[in-house]
Write a protein that binds this ligand. Structure first.
Ligand code: URA
Length: 236
């Protein structure tokens, strides 16, 4: 007689299927309909040690910062957003045109992809924290200069110290340089955790890079699975 799968096994299969569908949708497979609704209730995030008042204080300092020449070209600063008690923090490079206009990180095309990446591991954007190494838009979409990174990154360090996430995902080479402090290429560094002040940091490709190189989404997906598993393990 054929054994029927237990309710538990069926539940596990359906969870795995739902995760897979969500991930496929999140990484641009438009033909697969997916909803992250039920995952949201199961969010593993239950809060770190976030200090919202402390963050507000830094945000005010950043808003009036004139420590480098980038302040001359900005419409406004882009401090960061999300839960001050986030267990997962994403760190990008610098605001682009849309971020400069809205004063929020990752709201342009790359930001939409980042939102999908976050949802692909069953989280909502509001549950994580998103910040950049640089708080003002560099002109003409150029990368930040070393002196700009040097001047601005202490704000990021203070944000991390207050939020104290369980895991940081460094998006692209500037965030990786600041947090991992290794000069090797991102292709070599990604996919492994490094230590930043006791916090595991996973470097991965920047969403803007993924828009230009969609085949690298597979690698980012591998990195996101590691982050998802590490978050689960950190509360087991
Ligand atoms: N790219 C970044 O690195 N940060 C943003 O906020 C937007 C695009």
């Amino acid at each position: 007689m054929r054994a029927h799968p237990s309710r538990k096994a069926l539940h596990e299969i359906s969870c795995a299927l739902r995760d897979w569908l969500t991930l496929e949708a999140g990484f641009g497979t438009e033909t697969v309909p997916a909803s992250s609704g039920s995952r949201q209730k199961e969010s593993p995030l239950r809060g770190g040690s976030g200090d919202n008042l402390g963050l507000k204080q830094i945000e005010r300092e950043v808003a009036s910062c004139v420590k480098c020449s980038l302040h001359r070209g900005r419409s406004q600063t882009v401090f960061g957003e999300g839960s001050p008690r986030a267990e997962l923090m994403f760190v990008g490079e610098a605001p682009g045109a849309e971020e400069d206009r809205q004063g929020r990180p990752f709201v342009g095309q790359a930001g939409q992809l980042l939102t999908k990446i976050i949802e692909s591991i069953g989280l909502r954007r509001e549950e994580v924290y998103i910040a950049n190494v640089i708080k003002c838009r560099p002109p003409g979409n150029r990368g930040p200069l070393p002196e700009e990174v040097h001047t601005c990154s202490p704000y990021l360090v203070r944000q991390i110290t207050l939020i104290r996430p369980r895991i940081i995902c460094a998006l692209g080479r500037y965030a990786t340089l600041v947090l991992v402090r290794k000069e090797e290429s991102l292709s070599l560094l990604r996919g492994r955790f490094y230590d930043y002040q006791g916090i595991p940091v996973m470097p991965t490709f920047h969403p803007a890079y993924l828009l230009r190189n969609p085949s690298a989404k597979r690698l980012v997906w591998e990195d996101m699975k590691k982050i998802r598993n590490a978050l689960k393990e950190s509360k087991a």
